[in-house]
Design a protein around this ligand. Structure first.
Ligand SMILES: *[C@@H]1O[C@H](CO)[C@@H](O)[C@H](O)[C@H]1NC(C)=O
Ligand SMILES: *[C@@H]1O[C@H](CO)[C@@H](O)[C@H](O)[C@H]1NC(C)=O
Ligand SMILES: *[C@@H]1O[C@H](CO)[C@@H](O)[C@H](O)[C@H]1NC(C)=O
Ligand SMILES: *[C@@H]1O[C@H](CO)[C@@H](O)[C@H](O)[C@H]1NC(C)=O
Ligand SMILES: *[C@@H]1O[C@H](CO)[C@@H](O)[C@H](O)[C@H]1NC(C)=O
Length: 732
């Protein structure tokens, strides 16, 4: 008897469980009877996204929105009633006939509603696993038949799968607008849109009309303003274009990748990727990246380079219109003369100018493109539309070329219209005799140079055959690095005289040298005994020969002969930072503006290593003695012996060999061997504290406690502190 009671209750329990499971599986759909009240959520089939009511930040207002359901950081990606909040928790979301999704308040007023393109027999609303909320016929899943979808009405967040751009058939534009503040999702000052004028481009616009930033035209590989090229293995993206539509698209390659693009209330467009290991969002790229992303900062024909001060300059062969006011841009040295015939000169390593006044044709060749530009006197430049497979298509610019910045990517060439007289440049202005004299001298010099190069090349080949593996290994890295003869270096350093020794670097002594032409250099020699040094030497060569930034030390060349291995750098007259910073008398030279400039420069160099360079590089040994100072006290990061490079989506790794310098290494690295760009950021933080305080982190002592400098300032967490500093730098 007892047993059967148990059985039935067990059965009952099973039934309940089944009902519960059923209700869960049907939980991604609202219909005319299943409505959503405040407190309930609708969860997509695989549980990635949830739809429900929320209050942003400390606000009491209630909004209907979609957020990530599986990650612990509450992140809203879409808001329904962004302009009209509910004042309390009595709102309800309902599907009503003939096919609308409507939000009512407690008195039955409509707060927000979808639009219906047609009516439906049995309308339902479903939250898809992509984060798209759709209104559709209950038995029709075809996207082209949706009555409405949130992907067509995004708020401030782009999710993979959205089409961001224009449908020319319906005239509908899909764009993004920032929230007003982090607590108010109403449309704020900034919009992110695809501008269809000329060759379409992505723009960030302020207050509806003012262009703030430009991502640059799509060239088949990347948007021309984004400095970080190369295929990113984690997602594919591009600009799709035909006569009916133009849109930005993106598809993750791995479905497990959680990535979004958000326009923040202060107009920053950032890609965020969820990193499980950190349990946090990591920002991968951003527009604006720096000051040079400010639209038209340097005016027409001006070129912005964050490595310069001031950042503005002119494209070569142009001169400033008003050196006091860069926003007026630059002008040609010689005016164009379309009738007499102009020429085109090649420029590369720059962001393609604003294409709102441009024309394009996908099937024209570069030669046809040139002719088309030549024929029309208002055409100022041309380029290939698509740079893949040797280049195809044609893009023409009309009028002044604006919003150009220096990029360290040389894959796209633009041909700019110039006066024919520019072909022979300055010399034309001189006396013809001198001109011809210098030209013939030039030819002699060229001949001489090519002869020297030829000799060098053959020498190199011979050496390659004679020498050991190491050289060949290095050679395989396809380095384009000048090489110095051992005799040259030996002479320059006075045969490595002890008087010329500057100090000890990561893998050997460093000497000062003077080349025959008078150039001062620093020569870093690999000590013969150092086995480990060979790896570090190689690492340094590979890393730094591919990097170029004004806050990184510049490698002039190397010298590899038998067992002798040397690197030749620019000489830094002010030695390393520790030399000055921790010296009581010398440190007086470092006033606050200089210190700020040094911090700023290191941050720029680091940002270049971490996100703007071709390879993502983690330095791993950032410290005061590895920061060199040039004649103007600008910092240069040096010593890449321990650096590691990573692919586009990797941010860290683990190692068993802990290298680095105590006091600068992050706890997770010292304790677990996990290193990432954050390890460098930690070291940077220590460095900043040292620069500000003038005291060594290691060796700091205070009468009250036994903590080191870092322990002493542990008021703010280091990440917070760094965020503050970065924000400060970005906005300065
Ligand atoms: C609405 O959905 C619920 C389950 O979520 C279902 O029980 C009900 O029959 C549906 N109503 C209509 C009108 O389709
Ligand atoms: C919500 O606010 C309205 C007035 O705005 C009020 O009539 C209603 O009772 C409130 N409901 C709740 C649950 O507080
Ligand atoms: C963004 O798109 C909406 C809807 O198509 C449109 O009304 C608005 O004007 C667009 N924004 C801009 C800056 O064009
Ligand atoms: C583009 O160029 C091709 C080849 O020159 C030409 O046949 C075609 O008509 C052009 N299209 C437009 C829209 O001008
Ligand atoms: C040159 O191009 C501009 C812009 O497309 C156009 O308005 C103008 O008519 C063209 N001029 C000639 C002579 O083709």
């Amino acid at each position: 008897m007892k047993k059967s009671v148990k059985d039935t209750s067990f059965l009952f329990f099973l039934l309940l469980l089944l009902a519960f499971l059923l209700s869960i599986t049907a939980n991604d759909i609202l219909n005319t009877t299943h409505i959503l009240r405040d407190g309930d959520t609708l969860v997509s089939s695989e549980g990635t996204f949830a739809l429900g009511f929320f209050s942003p930040g400390n606000s009491d207002n209630r909004y209907v929105g979609i957020w990530y359901n599986k990650i612990p950081v509450f992140t809203v990606v879409w808001v329904a009633n962004r302009e009209i909040p509910l004042k309390n928790t009595s709102g309800v979301l309902k599907v009503i006939e003939p096919g609308l999704l409507v939000l009512f308040d407690n008195t039955g007023n409509i707060i927000w509603s979808t639009k219906a393109s047609r009516s439906s027999q049995i309308p339902v609303a479903q939250l898809l696993d992509s984060g798209n909320l759709v209104v559709k016929d209950s038995d029709d899943d075809r996207p082209e038949n949706y009555l409405w979808q949130s992907f067509e009405y995004p708020t401030d967040t782009y999710l993979p799968g959205m089409k961001f751009g224009w449908n020319f058939v319906t005239g509908k534009e899909t764009n993004f607008s920032s929230w007003k503040t982090d607590e108010n999702p109403a449309p704020g000052d900034y919009e992110f849109r695809v501008d269809p004028n000329g060759y379409p481009q992505l723009l960030i616009i302020r207050k509806g009309t003012i262009v703030q930033h430009r991502v640059g035209p799509w060239n088949g590989v990347r948007f021309s303003g984004t400095p970080n090229p190369g295929p990113d293995p984690s997602y594919r993206f591009g600009l799709f274009m035909n006569k009916n539509e133009v849109y930005f698209w993106e598809n993750p390659i791995s479905r497990s990748l959680i990535s979004r693009y958000r326009l923040s209330p202060n107009g920053l467009g950032q890609r965020w990727t969820w990193v499980d290991k950190n349990q946090d969002w990591i920002s991968y790229s951003s527009i604006p990246l720096d000051n040079c992303d400010t639209y038209k900062l340097c005016g027409a024909y001006g070129s912005c380079d964050v490595g310069n001060s001031p950042v503005c300059g002119c494209l070569s062969r142009f001169v400033p219109r008003d050196p006091e006011d860069w926003s007026k841009g630059c002008i040609r040295r010689d005016p164009l003369n379309c009738q007499k015939g102009d020429i085109f000169l090649k420029y590369s390593g720059i962001k393609m100018p604003d294409t709102r006044k441009s024309w394009f044709n996908k099937s024209m060749t570069l030669e046809e493109c040139k002719l088309a530009c030549l024929r029309n006197c208002s055409c100022t430049a041309y380029t290939n539309l698509d740079i893949r497979r040797g280049g195809s298509g044609c893009l023409l610019w009309f009028g002044d070329l604006i919003d150009i910045r220096r990029l360290y990517v040389e894959d796209q060439v633009i041909y700019i219209r110039m006066a024919a007289s520019e072909l022979d440049g300055e010399e034309r202005r001189g006396v013809i005799l001198i001109w011809s004299l210098s030209a013939s001298m030039g030819i002699i010099v060229l001949l001489g140079l090519s002869w020297i190069l030829h000799i060098r090349k053959t020498k190199k080949k011979k050496r390659k055959l004679k020498n050991g593996e190491r050289y060949i290994e290095l050679h395989n890295e396809e380095l384009e690095l000048p090489s110095f003869d051992f005799s040259t270096i030996s002479k320059a350093t006075n045969n490595f005289a002890i008087d010329n020794k500057l100090g000890e670097g990561g893998f050997g002594p460093v000497y000062k040298g003077i080349l025959e032409d008078g150039q001062e250099v620093a020569v870093k020699r690999l000590s013969k005994t150092s086995e480990q040094g060979i790896d570090e030497f190689k690492n340094e060569v590979v890393c730094i020969s591919k990097l170029q930034h004004r806050n990184l030390v510049k490698l002039l060349g190397c010298c590899i002969e038998k067992e002798k291995k040397m690197l030749v750098y620019e000489y830094m007259p002010n030695k390393s930072l520790d030399f000055i910073l921790f010296d009581e008398t010398k440190s007086r030279l470092l006033d606050w503006p200089k210190r700020f400039n040094i911090i700023n420069g290191i941050a720029r160099g680091l940002m270049y290593l971490h996100q703007d360079s071709r390879m993502r590089i983690i330095h791993r040994d950032l410290k005061a003695s590895n920061i060199l100072l040039d004649a103007d006290m600008n910092p240069r990061i040096s010593d890449f012996g321990m650096a590691r490079s990573f692919g586009g989506d990797e941010t860290g790794a683990k190692t068993r060999r802990i290298v680095g310098t105590y006091g600068y290494m992050s706890p997770e690295y010292v304790l677990g061997g996990a290193f990432s760009i954050k390890s460098d950021v930690y070291s940077f933080g220590v460095l900043v504290l040292e620069i500000v305080s003038g005291k060594r982190n290691w060796g700091f002592s205070h009468s009250d406690h036994h903590l080191n400098l870092l322990g002493h300032v542990n008021v703010l967490s280091y990440e917070k502190l760094l965020t503050l500093i970065f924000v400060e730098i970005m906005s300065s």
